[in-house]
Design a binder for this molecule. Structure first.
Ligand code: SF4
Ligand code: SF4
Length: 199
C-alpha cells in the first residue's frame, strides 16, 4: 500500500516539475527576442545614441570644422591614439596662432573612453555609430579626421603689417612715456618730503 502512495506522490511531483518547466518555456516563448539578426537587419537597426564606434571630425555645410589645434585631445588621450600636426600662421590682426595641418586617429588603440571629446573646448570631435571597421592591416585603422584640404588662413598684406607694427610701436612709446612721467612724479614727491637740511 505504501509503495502505491509513494508511486503517486512521486508522479505528482514529477508532473509539478514538468509544469514549472513548461511555465518558463511558455514565458520565454512570448518574450520579445533580443537576438540581433546581423547583418540582415543592418539597414533598419537603430544603434543606441551612447554607442561609440569611431572618432570623427564633423564638417559644416561650408566645409569648415571647429578644431582650433589646441592639442587638448592629444594631451588627454591615455593611449597616444591621437596625433596632431600643426603650424603657426599670422592672422589679419597681426597675431600668431596655431593652425591644424593633420589630425590622425588610430582606431586600433582607442579605448573609447571619450576623454578627448569631453576635453575639446570647441566640440570639434565626436563619436559616430559606424562600427563596421574591419580591415586587413592595422595601418588602415589610422584615419585622418580632417579629410578635406585645410583652408588657408587669410594673411595680412604688407601695408596691414606695417600699420600693425606702427600701432604697436606707438603703444610701446605711450607706455614708456607714462612710466617716465610716473617715475618723475614719484621723485619730485620724495624730494618735497625730505627735510630742508638733507637737500
Ligand atoms: S576615446 Fe579615449 S582612447 Fe580613444 S582617442 Fe579619445 S581619449 Fe584616446
Ligand atoms: S579636436 Fe578639440 S581638443 Fe583636439 S585640438 Fe581640435 S579643438 Fe583642440
Amino acid at each position: 500500500m505504501g509503495s502505491v502512495s509513494e508511486y503517486f506522490s512521486s508522479l505528482g511531483s514529477g508532473v509539478l516539475s514538468l509544469l514549472k518547466g513548461m511555465k518558463v518555456t511558455g514565458k520565454e516563448f512570448i518574450t520579445p527576442k533580443i537576438t540581433e539578426c546581423y547583418p540582415e537587419n543592418r539597414k533598419e537597426h537603430v544603434w543606441p545614441e551612447r554607442f561609440r564606434a569611431q572618432l570623427t571630425m564633423p564638417y559644416d555645410a561650408e566645409g569648415n570644422h571647429k578644431c582650433i589645434a589646441c592639442g587638448n585631445c592629444e594631451r588627454n588621450c591615455p593611449n597616444g591614439t591621437i596625433t596632431i600636426e600643426t603650424k603657426m600662421v599670422t592672422t589679419p590682426q597681426g597675431t600668431k596662432k596655431k593652425k591644424l595641418v593633420n589630425y590622425y586617429y588610430d582606431l586600433g588603440s582607442c579605448t573609447f573612453c571619450q576623454l578627448c571629446v569631453t576635453n575639446c573646448p570647441t566640440a570639434a570631435i565626436e563619436f559616430n555609430n559606424d562600427f563596421e571597421q574591419a580591415v586587413f592591416t592595422r595601418s588602415k585603422l589610422v584615419k585622418k579626421l580632417n579629410y578635406l584640404p585645410e583652408k588657408e588662413e587669410p594673411e595680412p598684406t604688407p601695408e596691414e603689417l606695417a600699420k600693425i607694427e606702427a600701432e604697436r610701436q606707438a603703444k610701446i612709446a605711450e607706455a614708456k612715456a607714462k612710466a617716465a612721467a610716473a617715475k618723475a612724479a614719484k621723485e619730485a614727491a620724495q624730494n618735497a618730503s625730505q627735510p630742508e637740511e638733507n637737500k
